[in-house]
Design a protein around this ligand. Structure first.
Ligand SMILES: Nc1ncnc2c1ncn2[C@@H]1O[C@H](COP(=O)(O)OP(=O)(O)OP(=O)(O)O)[C@@H](O)[C@H]1O
Ligand SMILES: [Mg+2]
Length: 267
């Protein structure tokens, strides 16, 4: 990664339906250079929100999907060998800090804690990133902004962010939107009418009540968009819901029966 290219720029407005005051709060945090943590279950709009905010602020976006094999060098950069010898290659975090991009570290808890601490000097008032191997102390571009996502509840004790990491961020809570808002989102994203979207949301609301009573996680907005998209493709609603809403989240026969029953209540 050497320069900002079209792939980092978001040319068209990503559709994002605000749920509360998250847009204004994010803008204020951006203005205050306060790093932001997005908390919430899978499929509730965190990634879409970041894309929308990058577009809104007119800043390039660099997204990194974190995983447990990731090392600090994967974020910061490394020397590469090429025909002319060795050449430094910025990692995505360094690249974003150098060029003033919004850097989105998705699922940051997946990364090991020793990886996570590289963001510490960048996320306090120093706003620097020491590139030790290269012997450079990079001062972050004023437009640089760090955003991380975090699914509370998915962590084991061993796999949580340190307090010293958490306390560097302002946090926005995401969850499933209110009924009418979610209907609007599903209708827009899947291209189904409001009546169909309304039924899908009602099924999800029933299923969300089963969380902790046999279901690990509720049916997300993402899954509702999937079901709606199948319906928009011409699939009948019941098989569409079975494929997109029921089968992916549970293998338990009783739980499947309960969810299937919720589907047939509405369709
Ligand atoms: N507020 C919203 N406005 C517009 N679309 C939304 C909104 N919330 C959810 N969606 C829809 O739900 C889908 C999933 O959202 P997204 O990918 O942002 O989830 P996420 O919170 O990042 O999930 P994960 O934690 O699994 O990465 C989006 O592609 C979009 O279609
Ligand atoms: Mg995401």
């Amino acid at each position: 990664m050497n320069e900002i290219t079209a792939q980092h720029r978001i040319a068209h407005e990503p559709y994002y339906r605000p749920v509360a005051d998250e847009v204004a709060l994010f803008e204020a945090a951006y203005g205050a250079q306060m790093p932001v943590m997005l908390k919430g279950p899978t499929g509730c709009g965190k990634t879409r929100f970041v894309e929308h905010m990058a577009w809104r602020l007119g800043k390039p976006l660099v997204t990194v999907a974190c995983n447990e094999d990731m090392t600090a060098s994967d974020l910061v950069g490394r020397f590469l060998l090429d025909a002319s010898g060795t050449r430094w290659q910025d990692g995505p975090l360094t690249f974003a800090a150098r060029h003033g991009a919004i850097c989105y570290l998705d699922e940051v808890v997946e990364a090991r804690q020793d990886t996570t601490v590289v963001i510490h000097p960048l996320t306090d008032n120093r706003r620097v990133l020491p590139l030790e191997k290269k012997g450079e102390l990079l001062r972050a571009h004023p437009d640089f902004h760090l955003v991380i996502s975090y699914n509370p509840g998915y962590q084991s004790l061993m796999k949580d962010l340190k307090q010293s990491t958490k306390q560097r961020f302002g946090a926005l809570d995401f969850s499933y939107p209110d009924h009418a808002v979610e209907v609007e989102i599903v209708a827009h994203e899947a291209g189904v009418d409001a009546r169909t979207a309304d039924k899908l949301v009602s099924i999800a609301e029933r299923a969300r009540n089963l969380k902790g009573h046999g279901l690990d996680e509720g049916i997300s907005t993402r899954m509702l968009v999937h079901a709606g998209s199948l319906i928009a493709q011409g699939v009948a609603p019941v098989p569409a819901c079975q494929m997109a809403l029921v089968r992916p989240i549970t293998d338990d026969p009783d739980m499947r029966d309960a969810l299937d029953a919720a589907v047939t209540t509405f369709f």
